[in-house]
Design a binder for this molecule. Structure first.
Ligand SMILES: O=C(O)C(=O)[C@@H](O)CO
Ligand SMILES: [Mg+2]
Length: 259
């Protein structure tokens, strides 16, 4: 069975953010992930995770003004100083929280705009190098245009090409099964082909983005494939519980039973 990480931005929303670490641990998760820790001092988040005895698998670099619709700064014009400050902040949090990898969001920009593509590439090289110097991985995630219209990184092959071209050993792909299925399908072959560059996996049912096992894919077969491919990283459970979080965890018991 893969190492599941509860996504605290979507799951356990019955509790305040800092209480979700203990709730996830009590529900049997060995790890968590979330969008952003920056509303709280790093030391406070670290204390809550340590008290719950739970590992933090991943969080994102600061995204710009999320409430105003910004979804990362990397490809945006005139924001490189803010982007670089965000990289430093994220690495400070990663150190305090003992987090091995960070997700760099791209921002809303047109991938066919050569200037935006150059900005994205430069930002990626900078963030990967800074993360590498701090002993951390950096991951990038193609996101489907239905959920995030206008998002720059909306193609798996493009992401894989960039990772290959930049050639940083700590720069990897975040393979979100939900986005892959919405954009392209061919999930099992995609996992197989991209496994050498995959640094993090996320899962949710398609199309409702609820619990695994409730949508159009055989999510349990996907878990088996990840095991068969030797994937040793985390699988982030980035889904919106259809009801109360714990009441919807039957899928986790079933994944453990492999039936
Ligand atoms: O939306 C997703 O999928 C994510 O993984 C987030 O980190 C970015 O919004
Ligand atoms: Mg995702």
């Amino acid at each position: 069975m893969p190492r599941f990480a509860a996504n605290l931005s979507m799951m356990f929303n019955e509790h305040a953010f800092l209480d979700r670490f203990a709730a996830a641990a009590a529900a049997g998760f060995p790890a968590v992930e979330f969008l952003f820790p920056y509303d709280f001092p790093a030391e406070t988040v670290a204390e809550r995770a340590a008290a719950a005895g739970i590992e933090i698998a991943l969080f994102n670099l600061p995204p710009g003004d999320w409430a105003k619709g910004e979804r990362g700064l990397a490809a945006l014009e005139g924001r490189s100083e803010e982007f670089r400050a965000g990289v430093a902040t994220a690495l400070r949090y990663a150190e305090a929280l003992g987090v091995p990898r960070l997700h760099m969001m791209a921002g809303n920009a047109d991938r066919r705009d050569a200037a935006a593509a150059t900005r994205y590439r430069d930002a990626l090289a900078h963030a990967a190098d800074a993360a590498g110097a701090a002993g951390r991985d950096l991951v990038i995630e193609p996101i489907n245009p239905r959920d995030m219209p206008g998002y720059f990184l909306n193609d798996f092959d493009y992401a894989a090409e960039l990772i290959g071209e930049l050639g940083r050993p700590n720069l990897k792909l975040q393979f979100d099964v939900y986005h892959r299925q919405v954009m392209r399908g061919d999930v099992l072959k995609g996992l197989e082909a991209m496994m050498p560059i995959i640094g993090h996996v996320q899962i949710a049912s398609v199309p409702k983005r609820n619990e695994p096992g409730t949508g159009e894919l055989d999510d349990f077969r996907i878990f088996g494939t990840l095991d068969a491919l030797g994937y040793a990283g985390h699988v982030g459970c980035e889904y919106r519980p259809a009801g109360e979080t714990v009441a919807g965890l039957g899928w986790l018991a079933r994944a453990g039973r492999r039936d």
